[in-house]
Design a protein around this ligand. Structure first.
Ligand SMILES: Nc1ncnc2c1ncn2[C@@H]1O[C@H](COP(=O)(O)OP(=O)(O)OP(=O)(O)O)[C@@H](O)[C@H]1O
Length: 649
């Protein structure tokens, strides 16, 4: 299959390169010195036994409380032990447990945050209560109680500290993980059938990495101070094993007769804590500098088959048939009311209407990708001989990508910025088609060529930030085609693109439908786009389909006053017709779902409305195969006047 398109150029070499460099914040001299100091301290203390001048426990009673000399660089303590050797050896006893506390804090806090972010309100509620419980416990009292009942085991004490610290870690990471899960590339991964573990590992965890690093550096510094404090109070390692807290405790006893003893350990401890904090600050600064400014996206959820009515068996030749679909917010208003549409194989169905009419909710229902707290409450979605409503998440994963795929309105956000186009394309190809790396690469190149990219080799090596909007949307379309789906849901696929690129993408979609037999559900505000691309149309208003039929029938002979008003407000003026000074607009706005009236939902804004319009109105047959939900139709399109409530659908 080939698509004729204009050549697409990659941005000039002046664009940012894909070569990974150390982030700018970490290249500052202060941060480099801090990092070097930490590396030095960790390496020196971990290898102390092999190179320090004296064993840490070696005593020389002829040299007690001596100042620095060539033999004892930092002097000796009250038993004539070499302070330098003890300081270096004691480092590991302080740093090791601090690292353990950090590992436990993140080992518990990160999975909790991922779990709560992924599994919605109930999981979040449970994890948050556990975190609140941990936060409510007084850390010092718990540690002392632990020492009192179990004894002085430094590593175990620090593991308990790590557990207590997992609560603030969870609290900080939860909001971020939730926000990352709303990114379109996470939806795109789910649409491609990627399992939940893989979504977390590939898309959520990398996004948490900087925050984890910042928090880890801070907790490490805190862990060292807490370990030192405990050792100072006598809850450190058993005598004569050195630790920084223990050395400070020893020095404190000689503060009047040998104040120098306090200096080496105090300075090393302070420098280590300052270095860890310096690195945390630099990472935090870097995170703020590079954080993308994005408008919040919608959260993704799943089908919750509550109160789903068993549906009749569908025997039509439609590829997908939606019957009487109701979507609602848990304990809240209905967002989609009784939508029925069908998509024939190899055709394009346009869902049109103003913002807030329920187009996206309807489209996302087809993939089970509704926001958290929103669910299909009634109706059926028949596809491939089964009802998608009520399928489990696992069953839906098998449908997403392989049978129904989706492209969104923001291609730049739908691609994960962390990975190259090649990686993002070959992963699903290997999974869907069960092919090896080389074959997957070849298929990826073919798909890129198929979506009109003239330089697929280069694009395959690129990262999303190196692509223009139009190229990114082409890559997203290629990504959607990796599982050879039968149906593609395109939610305003050209909204974020400029006009010339919009035309290219529409021409690409048209060509794909024509050459591959793909069916498309196109969500759009734009009647011009729908007229251009679609075979059938469903006009939505306030959660209902108010008119449907073939594009030619509905647009040439609109029956519903809302369709008529949309057509009058449409800025696409046919060639040869006079351009009016001002386009008519539809007065008022779409009411919010909680204010939808019982009767015709458009009545408040309709010039033809009468008292009878405020009684319930059913959809009636129109345009041969379509419907209209109006008792004052504009045209003769209606074959059965839907004038009475309860008229046949
Ligand atoms: N997560 C949510 N919780 C509650 N209501 C929601 C949620 N998401 C959307 N809605 C509401 O559902 C209704 C339908 O929204 P939907 O996004 O489907 O409209 P749309 O026609 O696709 O609009 P647009 O073209 O702006 O995307 C709107 O009133 C919207 O405010």
């Amino acid at each position: 299959m080939s698509v004729s398109t204009e050549p697409i150029q990659l941005p000039s070499p002046a664009e940012p390169s894909t070569r990974r460099r150390l982030p700018r914040g970490l290249r500052r001299p202060g941060t480099i010195v801090a990092g070097a100091w930490l590396v030095l301290v960790v390496l020196a203390s971990a290898t102390a036994r092999w190179w320090t001048p004296f064993p840490a426990e070696h005593q020389d009673l002829g040299q007690v409380l001596g100042g620095p000399t060539a033999r004892h660089l930092l002097g000796t303590d009250e038993l004539g032990r070499d302070i330098f050797s003890r300081l270096v050896a004691g480092g590991w006893i302080s740093i090791g447990p601090a690292l353990l506390a950090v590992a436990v804090a993140f080992g518990v806090g990160v999975p909790m945050a991922l779990l709560a972010a992924e599994h919605g309100r109930r999981a979040e509620w449970s994890c948050s209560r556990v975190a609140e419980l941990l936060l409510a416990l007084p850390t010092t009292v718990i540690l002392l109680a632990f020492v009192g009942s179990v004894g002085v085991h430094v590593w175990a004490i620090m593991a308990v500290l790590g557990l207590l610290l997992s609560a603030p870690v969870y609290r900080i990471l939860l909001a971020l993980a939730q926000s990352l899960r709303t990114r379109l590339y996470v939806d795109a991964a789910k649409v491609n059938g990627v399992g939940s573990l893989q979504v977390n590992l590939r898309h959520v965890l990398p996004g948490l990495a900087t925050t984890i690093a910042v928090q880890a550096a801070q907790l490490f510094a805190l862990g060292i101070l807490i370990e030192a404090g405990l050792a100072f109070m006598g809850y450190g390692p058993a005598v004569p094993t050195p630790s920084w807290g223990g050395l400070i405790g020893d020095a404190q006893q000689h503060i009047y007769d040998d104040p120098w003893m306090m200096v080496p350990t105090g300075v090393v401890l302070a420098l280590t804590v300052i270095a860890a904090n310096q690195i945390a600050d630099s990472l935090a600064g870097e995170r703020e500098r590079t954080a993308p400014v994005r408008k919040p996206a919608r959260r993704s959820g799943r089908f919750v088959p509550t109160a789903v009515r068993p549906s009749a068996v569908v025997t039509s030749d439609a590829l997908l048939e939606v019957r009487d679909l109701h979507v609602g917010v848990d304990d809240g208003p209905e967002l989609v009311s009784g939508v029925s549409v069908r998509i024939r194989p190899g055709t394009v169905l346009g869902l049109v209407g103003e913002s807030g009419c329920g187009k996206t909710m309807t489209a996302r229902s087809l993939l089970g990708l509704l926001p958290d707290g929103v669910a299909v409450t009634e109706g059926s979605i028949h596809f491939g001989g089964r009802d998608l409503v009520g399928l489990t998440e696992r069953e839906l994963q098998a449908v997403r990508g392989r049978e129904i795929a989706m492209i969104s309105q923001e291609p730049m956000v739908a691609l994960d910025p962390m990975f190259s186009v090649g990686y993002q394309l070959t992963r699903p190809i290997r999974r869907f088609r069960g092919v090896g790396r080389r074959e997957a690469r070849r298929t990826a190149l073919d798909l890129l060529a198929q979506v009109g990219i003239v330089d697929p080799q280069r694009v395959l090596r690129s990262h999303p930030h190196e692509l223009s909007g139009g190229m990114a949307q082409r890559v997203c379309i290629a990504l959607a085609l990796t599982g050879s789906p039968k149906l593609l849901i395109a939610d305003e696929p050209t909204t974020a693109l400029d006009v010339t690129v919009q035309a290219e993408i529409l021409s690409l979609l048209r060509s794909l439908v024509r050459t591959s037999g793909l069916s498309v559900v196109l969500v759009s505000h734009d009647l011009g786009v729908v007229a251009d691309l679609c075979d059938d149309i469903a006009v939505m208003y306030a959660g209902q389909v108010v008119e449907s039929g073939t594009v030619t029938a509905v647009l040439d002979d609109a029956a519903h006053p809302y369709t008529g008003a949309l057509l009058s407000a449409n800025p696409h003026i046919p060639q040869g017709e006079e351009v009016p000074d001002r386009l008519p607009s539809i007065r008022g706005t779409v009411p919010a779902p909680e204010h939808w009236p019982d009767g015709c939902r458009f009545a408040q804004r309709c010039a033809l409305a009468t008292a009878r319009c405020h009684e319930p109105i059913e959809a009636a047959p129109a345009h041969r195969d379509g419907t209209v939900r109006c008792i004052h139709p504009l045209s003769t399109a209606t074959t059965v006047a839907p004038s009475e409530p309860g008229a046949a659908r």
